[in-house]
Design a protein around this ligand. Structure first.
Ligand SMILES: Cc1cc2nc3c(=O)[nH]c(=O)nc-3n(C[C@H](O)[C@H](O)[C@H](O)COP(=O)(O)OP(=O)(O)OC[C@H]3O[C@@H](n4cnc5c(N)ncnc54)[C@H](O)[C@@H]3O)c2cc1C
Length: 585
């Protein structure tokens, strides 16, 4: 043990995170007989998005007219054809295998009187293919996965925030974590890491407000590449009013027949998407809502109405129980009154660039779940994430374990980097810089500005303004950050402050990508370039770091299985393009 490090943990595989992807990766690595350890910034089963996921899990081809290929095509159309087709193929082919596996773990999915799975159709899916557990599917999934982690005696470091990944000659050698219970550093010595740290929408005013993109920042600083970082999904139905009820309203509400109306009582999706109506994709409905609100047809509190009053009361009470009860607490009975909702930030479509084994270009560094990029392209389909977690969590866990067992520990620990992390923590707690500033005002103002300038509708002027704020943050504010609370026990001001460093990276990546992409596609809608430009922009933007400087390259999209150029309607079309949708210019 050296200097500032209070504990050294040796393992074959370090899984970072405590959500669905992390749990599945840990279970799979353990099945391969690797010594796997988990480290979670929160607590396994309670942190991250997975336990909050509501509506369903797209397992594919249970419906007689469905097949993995139909699911594959739906996923590509939704992603604006930026998806990595190799990964989408794996997702859709493998998905069905996971229902029995999850059931042996104790998960229960809703079935009808004949014992068949009930299926929901989520927006953009052309067939009903999502299994569900009422509107608490994520809770069901996470509870069963947590049981399996505990049953297998996998050691877990809860309340452990990973700060950086250690690399020697392009290979993982370990990672440094901050033990939140005492603010001490822990060194994990490991040849492989699975980053399952979720997304970065917490940099926007999202319901998942602790998803700060730590994994993206750690990965790119360790030498990995990030892809499609400009694509941030807004979910069209977040509870908006009464104020206290704010948070996601599951897409299962629209799947069960929920209707969107404006202040004139019109089902406005009729004019934008006459066939799919409320079951169009999230990116498209969000833009339609934006259009209705900015043109003066929004609700009383600048939202939109979502109504289930026409459904049978027992459907609302039983199948939409979570949202029904959530509103009831505020004296609002959704069986009788419409909800006031609005589009809000929800999901990071981009992420760590990985191959089919979920390994990044840093040897031994794997990623899974929302932390990984490529599968969903520019816009994820509803219910495609929960299945992504298990499919790719399993692959990442297996592959990391095999690699670790094959190669063992390699390379040296860079103690200078460990010491630099220690100095950063001590400087924040004990330093008292001239003109010192605290994290909260930055967190508040940047969150709001990201919504305003990097939100559902973007333009060059706004994005450049936001970029200036990020440059000021990086150049002037970060060195002046300090923490007023000097205690070492669960110092949440310290955690908030460390997240400002990460935020600066995530904001810069998203804005740079969005400024570069001079077109509108999937979740990236530009007022100044409202059309999709397939001649110029059927490519991914990939970021990496070289000598501490952020660089990018363009990558041609993988068209190995379905070439959008062969679909005339797609190639010559305006944004947004979905079968029956009309153009918004
Ligand atoms: C309200 C809501 C409803 C949703 N409903 C659905 C749905 O019905 N169907 C669907 O498919 N998808 C749904 N989603 C999306 C889906 O839930 C998420 O994309 C998915 O759960 C992400 O899983 P994950 O394992 O990748 O990350 P998460 O479950 O978000 O877990 C990330 C983990 O990483 C940990 N972590 C982060 N940083 C660090 C660090 N520095 N050190 C250590 N640990 C760290 C966190 O503590 C957390 O445990 C929903 C999302 C939300 C917010």
């Amino acid at each position: 043990m050296k200097g500032s490090v209070r504990e050294v943990v040796d393992c074959d595989v370090l899984v970072v995170g405590g959500g669905g992807a992390a749990a599945f990766a840990a279970i799979s690595a353990r099945e391969k007989k690797a010594h796997v350890v988990m480290a979670d910034k929160g607590q396994l089963g309670k942190s991250g998005c997975t336990p909050n996921a509501h509506g369903g899990m797209a397992v594919g081809h249970l419906h007689p007219e469905d097949s993995w290929k139909v699911h594959f095509e739906d996923t590509l159309y939704s992603g604006g054809f930026l998806n990595d087709q190799r990964l989408v193929e794996i997702l859709c082919k493998e998905s069905l295998r996971f229902i029995p596996k999850l059931e042996t773990f104790g998960a229960i999915f809703d079935r009808d009187q004949n014992g068949k799975y009930r299926l929901r159709t989520f927006g953009g899916h052309s067939k009903p293919r999502s299994v569900f557990s009422g509107d608490a599917t994520g809770h069901e999934l996470m509870t069963s996965l947590k049981r399996e982690v505990v049953r297998r005696d996998i050691p877990i470091f809860n309340e452990m925030m990973l700060l950086c990944i250690l690399v020697d000659e392009g290979r993982v050698t370990g990672a440094v974590g901050l033990d939140k219970s005492n603010s001490n550093l822990i060194l994990f010595k490991t040849p492989t890491i699975v980053l399952a740290t979720g997304g970065g929408v917490g940099c926007w005013p999202a319901a998942a407000e602790r998803q700060m993109g730590d994994g993206y920042s750690m990965a790119i600083r360790a030498g990995a590449e990030l892809v499609d970082m400009e694509f941030v999904q807004y979910h069209p139905t977040h509870a908006w009013w009464p104020y206290g009820v704010r948070g996601s309203v599951s897409e299962s509400v629209r799947s069960e027949g929920g209707q969107l109306t404006n202040s004139l009582g019109e089902r406005f999706m009729k004019k934008y998407s006459p066939k799919r109506m409320e079951l169009s994709t999230r990116d498209f409905i969000s833009i339609c809502e934006y259009r209705e609100i900015t043109e003066g047809r929004g609700s009383k509190h600048q939202g939109i109405y979502l109504s289930v009053t026409h459904l049978l009361p027992e459907v609302v009470e039983n199948r939409l129980r979570t949202v029904f009860n959530k509103y009831l607490v505020y004296g609002h009975d959704i069986r009788k009154q419409p909800m006031e909702i609005r589009f809000r930030p929800h999901y990071s479509n981009g992420g760590i660039f990985v191959d089919e084994r979920m390994e990044s270009r840093v040897s031994g560094l794997f990623a899974a779940g929302e932390a990984a990029g490529g599968v969903h392209g520019g816009n994820r389909l509803g219910s495609n994430s929960l299945i992504d977690l298990v499919v790719f969590g399993e692959i990442a866990g297996n592959e990391a374990a095999l690699k670790a067992l094959r190669q063992g520990h390699v390379g040296r620990i860079n103690w200078d980097e460990v010491e630099a992390e220690n100095e950063r923590i001590e400087r924040l707690i004990h330093g008292n810089p001239k003109n010192g500033i605290r994290s909260m005002p930055i967190r508040r103002s940047h969150t709001e500005m990201m919504d305003l300038y990097m939100g559902v509708s973007r333009n060059e002027l706004g994005m450049k303004k936001m970029m200036e704020e990020v440059e000021r943050l990086k150049g002037d504010l970060l060195p002046r950050l300090h923490v007023a609370d000097q205690s070492r026990r669960y110092n949440y001001e310290l955690i908030d402050t460390l997240e400002i460093f990460t935020r600066a990276d995530i904001e810069e990546l998203a804005i740079r990508g969005a400024l570069m992409r001079k077109e509108s596609r999937a979740t990236h809608y530009r007022e100044d370039y409202p059309k999709m430009d397939n001649q110029q922009w059927l490519k991914n933007i990939v970021f990496y770091m070289e000598n501490g400087e952020l660089k990018h390259r363009f990558k041609a999209v993988n068209k190995s299985m379905l070439d959008p150029e062969m679909i005339p309607d797609f190639f010559g079309s305006d944004f947004p393009w979905h079968e029956d949708e009309t153009y918004i210019g």
